[in-house]
Design a protein around this ligand. Sequence first.
Ligand SMILES: Cc1cc2nc3c(=O)[nH]c(=O)nc-3n(C[C@H](O)[C@H](O)[C@H](O)COP(=O)(O)OP(=O)(O)OC[C@H]3O[C@@H](n4cnc5c(N)ncnc54)[C@H](O)[C@@H]3O)c2cc1C
Length: 103
Amino acid sequence: MDRIVIVGAGLAGGRVAVELRAAGFTGGIVLLGAEEHLPYDRPPLSKGVLSGRVEETTLPLDLDGVEVQLGRRAVGLRPGAVETDAGPVSYDGLVIATGATPV
Ligand SMILES: Cc1cc2nc3c(=O)[nH]c(=O)nc-3n(C[C@H](O)[C@H](O)[C@H](O)COP(=O)(O)OP(=O)(O)OC[C@H]3O[C@@H](n4cnc5c(N)ncnc54)[C@H](O)[C@@H]3O)c2cc1C
């Protein structure tokens, strides 16, 4: 595999990128996130940010060498390419880390 695309720039997606490098993967890593933010820690949003005790929630992940594309939402999937709202992104390997929506 030369190029792994991770869809979802949250805790899981960011961690996958870091762990791929730690495991020795030297190919291209693309991290796609629908939001405009780097991966951030969500629990403090309800446990510290509202009370003003916490301001910074960006996760301390070393994403050096990772192609991070923020504000880019995946809208479809076909073999070899993720369709996004800004056009297709090709992959050899794909990780879907888009989290879950509470119902
Ligand atoms: C307010 C709050 C408080 C919490 N408190 C706790 C706690 O105290 N303890 C605990 O264990 N857990 C807590 N959680 C849950 C915890 O934050 C989640 O378990 C964790 O964030 C899951 O990480 P994830 O990366 O799997 O998903 P997410 O954090 O949901 O990340 C998924 C990412 O994928 C992106 N995405 C989704 N769809 C697309 C798409 N189509 N294209 C591109 N990107 C996409 C989203 O924008 C998001 O950034 C809390 C969550 C919230 C919101």
